[in-house]
Design a protein around this ligand. Structure first.
Ligand code: PHE
Length: 343
């Protein structure tokens, strides 16, 4: 069959023409000449119709295979050209393979959340559950039920933002969550932490933000004593900051605990000798705590004659500041990636 010889000739011609194509433009021209809509191979395929019936299968198969081989050769030549171009670029120094690659921008967990998760892990080991309480609170929960009646001077410590609904405000502390948890579980025993955002209408400074997190702790049951409070806090602080940490419990006042304490640990930077971070006192204040006030127990449904409890409240941002030597709380929420990406 002469037509098969024509195909063989066409293949030889096409392949040798392909060898001379050394850039993308000539590859495109070559494609048009052989494989395009009016290309030689396309015309050869059409020729099948003009052949005697018995020759058609053999010819058809041959021309199809020819097309496949030429397509493969074209792809191969394309690769060869690309590699040659890259090699030439490396020759001239335009491409420097020793440069470090460009790293993709990967997000990460915010330092506040990271710290919260560390706190959760420690309290989970101590058998605490997480209890979620509202951020928008009533005056009753944020103040009244916590033994801070209207006009009580302690309200000055906790100025906040008010909603347009009278009597509703953004909570100043996670302590109102104590009431929610106790009212849900009374008279069962409770061992929970209450994490979340708090708000204060205050001058924003290096030490105070308008919005920050707190983690409240609450344990209620029979025979809960100050020793349980101290043991729990010591266990937490040593896991968070190191087993060598020393703690100090100072008498303090909160309307919703009695007795109340302020907990200090020896400064992690100077070990208690005194430095800039601890303002030369050797101690860092880490949380407020105390035995749940009988009035609060009663308000929340527990009989203070039979039940007692302890509570504590800490600020994870302040904990992170001590842990990582951060000197300004405003970094947390100003969303500067140069700060955030360090943790
Ligand atoms: N709510 C207190 C504060 O914001 C901290 C605290 C919590 C104190 C629980 C005692 C018991 O300062």
């Amino acid at each position: 069959m002469d037509e098969l010889n024509d195909l063989a000739r066409l293949e030889r011609e096409a392949l040798s023409a392909l060898q001379t194509a050394t850039e993308q433009a000539s590859l495109d021209a070559w494609f048009g000449r052989y494989l395009g809509r009016k290309g030689a191979v396309t015309l050869a395929v059409r020729r099948v119709g003009s052949l005697p019936k018995e020759d058609r299968p053999a010819y058809g198969q041959a021309v199809n295979q020819l097309r496949k081989r030429l397509e493969a050769a074209l792809a191969q030549q394309g690769e060869t050209i690309k590699e040659a171009a890259l090699a030439a670029e490396m020759e001239t120094g335009a491409f420097d393979p020793t440069l470090p690659g460009r790293l993709p921008n990967v997000g990460r967990v915010h330092l506040s959340n990271r710290t919260l998760r560390e706190i959760y892990d420690i309290f989970r080991q101590l058998g605490f559950q997480i209890y979620d309480a509202p951020e928008v609170e009533s005056d009753e929960y944020n103040f009244e039920l916590l033994n801070i009646p209207a006009g009580h001077p302690a309200r000055d410590m906790w100025d906040t933002f008010y909603t347009t609904t009278p009597g509703y405000l953004l909570r100043t502390q996670t302590s109102p969550g104590q009431i929610w948890a106790m009212r849900e579980y009374a008279p069962e025993p409770i061992r929970v932490i209450l994490p979340g955002k708090c708000y204060r209408y205050e001058q924003v400074t290096a030490r105070s933000e308008m919005m920050f997190h707190q983690v409240e702790g609450l344990v209620v049951g029979e025979n809960i004593t100050m020793a349980d409070l101290k043991g729990t806090i010591v266990a937490f602080v040593r896991q968070m900051f190191g087993q060598e940490r020393k703690l100090r419990f100072r008498f303090s006042h909160f309307p919703f605990t009695e007795p109340s304490v302020e907990v200090d640990m020896d400064c992690i930077l100077c070990g208690g000798k005194g430095c800039r971070v601890c303002k030369y006192t050797g101690w860092l204040e880490i949380m407020g705590a105390g035995m749940v006030h009988p009035t609060v127990l009663r308000n929340a449904g527990y009989d203070p004659e039979h039940y007692s409890g302890f509570a504590f409240g800490m600020g994870p941002e302040r904990i992170a500041m001590m842990k990582h030597g951060i000197d300004d709380i405003r970094y947390f929420f100003s969303n500067d990636v140069r700060f955030l990406s360090q943790f």
